[in-house]
Design a protein around this ligand. Structure first.
Ligand code: ADP
Length: 485
């Protein structure tokens, strides 16, 4: 590979199954490509059900001793893993940009964000408190214990190839669980690099496996296993629903972080310049490919023209290109299907009367590049309103009344992130409470952090990641009734 790494051993072209590295061979390999250039940057083995079953068995075995260790002991391993990630931040960022496309500065930012979950959960590990409750009889005492849920299966997407893993692995290992991970096939090299650093940090063999290959075969083995007690998944609502169904026969716990359709509302009383800044981040980060990206931008009539002009002027100054080049804000989209979806959404909107204020076409760079796009005169019957575009398209809606904006914002099957800008205190409370979403950003376009609970309502998912609630989701509550006292 041509990647310039300070520690070339971090480019790991092997899966990590039951504590052993399984290399790709010429007969059994999946190539990993750079979406900016199409160049092959590495390969991983194409594994399936047999390797997944072996990983699950090793996980159950390794978990026995891991769960018995003190929380402090587990915390120290997680902390070392965090430290190693930060020590190798540049290399991990390089691998991430190479396989995912996001600008290098953003990729390094993701590595720090990703490592922060290991740090946070290393700290939370020691706070897994139970309770002693006053009993119902003089001779009884009621105890509540928190215990690791068991072997965890994790399935992660390509848009945050590192952070979506640590946000699950951090709490799982902190709680005393073991984990078998299937990373997205577009971005397995961030996962295998993480596994290598985990091994160096002292994760016991078998506790963490990374199985690369066929989604259907690996997913089927993970979901049908009786040993696996929890599935934690980040991806589309469609696949989340399928996995939900596959987990029903074995009654697994589920953590599902699914699609969103985030509204971004700008009220007349907002600081418009701040709202423009926030919209650029909320809409265009990762080229629009995050599940918390603003998908629908509602602007009150009094500031609509000003906001639209300033947003277009700002976005027009930002550069599109290869994420390794200086000064790039917009990388390529992940694959042909992503580009096709963006094209479909823009064509659908313009055919139904939307106007293009900026962009609106494939980029001159060709390949997987698309122009950052702003659409005005958007209406509720357009695909950009109904579905998550997952690309650099900002559709603008004009509204008059607060209630109208809230109603439109809530008029979706999804409920992950939402954003609004206002300086009126009473409105801030009213709208925060009225938005039917798991997360609300008020006067900010950036809300995700290890300290806060990330998650959605409605068809956006189940459970919360990060925060103390994120640890809770990897533990069972056991009740012990002590009598004869
Ligand atoms: P995206 O549109 O972001 O690629 P997906 O839901 O298709 O979202 O993918 C998220 C993750 O789910 C990836 O790791 C993908 O390989 C995995 N996946 C896709 N289909 C299946 C399946 N049938 N069973 C298990 N995992 C799957």
């Amino acid at each position: 590979s041509d990647l310039q790494l300070k520690d070339p051993s971090l480019l790991v072209e092997a899966a990590y199954v039951a504590g052993a590295w399984v290399e790709a061979t010429d007969e059994n390999a999946i190539n990993v490509t750079n979406p900016a250039t199409g160049a092959v940057i590495g390969r991983v083995p194409n594994l399936g059900a047999a390797e997944t079953d072996a990983a699950i068995e090793a996980a159950a075995e390794a978990m026995k001793a891991w769960a018995q260790r003190t929380a402090k002991d587990r915390a120290q391993v997680l902390r070392r893993w965090h430290d190693l990630m930060m020590e190798h931040q540049d290399d991990l960022g390089t691998i991430l940009t190479a396989e995912q496309g996001k600008p290098l500065a953003e990729a390094k930012g993701e590595i720090a964000y990703s490592a922060s979950f290991l740090e946070w959960f290393s700290e939370e590990a020691r706070r897994a408190y139970g309770d002693i409750t006053p009993g119902h009889a003089p001779d009884k005492r009621l105890l509540t214990l928190k215990q690791p849920i068991g072997v965890v299966a994790a399935i992660t997407p390509w848009n945050f190839p590192s952070a979506m893993i640590t946000r699950k692995a951090g709490p799982a290992f902190a709680a005393g669980c073991a984990m078998v991970l299937k990373p997205a096939i577009q971005t397995p090299l961030s996962a295998t690099a993480l596994a290598l650093l985990g091994e160096r940090a002292g994760l016991p063999k078998g506790l963490f496996s990374v199985v690369t290959g066929s989604a259907g075969a690996i997913g089927g083995a993970l979901t049908s296993s009786k040993t696996v007690r929890k599935l934690t998944f980040t991806g589309s609502t469609e696949i989340g629903a399928l996995l939900y169904e596959q987990c029903a026969p074995t009654i697994k716990k589920l953590g599902l972080e699914l699609g969103g359709n985030a509204p971004f509302i700008v009220f007349d009383d907002a600081d418009v310049d701040a709202a423009v800044e926030g919209a650029v981040i909320a809409k265009f980060r990762n080229n629009g490919q995050t599940c918390v990206c603003a998908n629908r931008i509602y602007v009150q009539a009094g500031v609509y023209d000003e906001f639209a002009e300033k947003l277009a002027a700002k976005v027009a100054t930002l550069a599109t290109g290869n994420g390794f080049d200086e000064g790039i804000t917009f990388g390529p989209l992940i694959d042909d299907a992503a580009v096709a979806k963006v094209k479909e959404h823009v064509e659908d909107a313009t055919s139904k009367g939307a106007s293009v204020a900026l962009g609106g076409e494939a980029h001159d760079l060709g390949g997987l590049f698309y122009q950052p796009t702003i659409l005005t005169d958007v209406t509720s019957d357009m695909l950009v309103t109904i579905e998550e575009t997952f690309g650099p398209v900002a559709p603008l809606f004009k509204f008059d009344k607060e209630s109208e904006a809230v109603e439109a914002a809530n008029d979706t099957d999804f409920g992950l992130a939402s954003y609004f800008y206002s300086r009126d205190l009473a409105r801030v409370w009213r709208v925060s409470e009225a938005l039917d979403f798991g997360m609300v950003g008020v006067n900010t376009g950036l809300i995700s952090t290890a300290e806060a609970p990330f998650g959605g309502v409605k068809m956006s998912g189940l459970g919360r990641e990060g925060s103390r609630y994120g640890l809770e989701d990897f533990m069972e509550t056991k009740y012990v009734c002590m009598g004869g006292i």
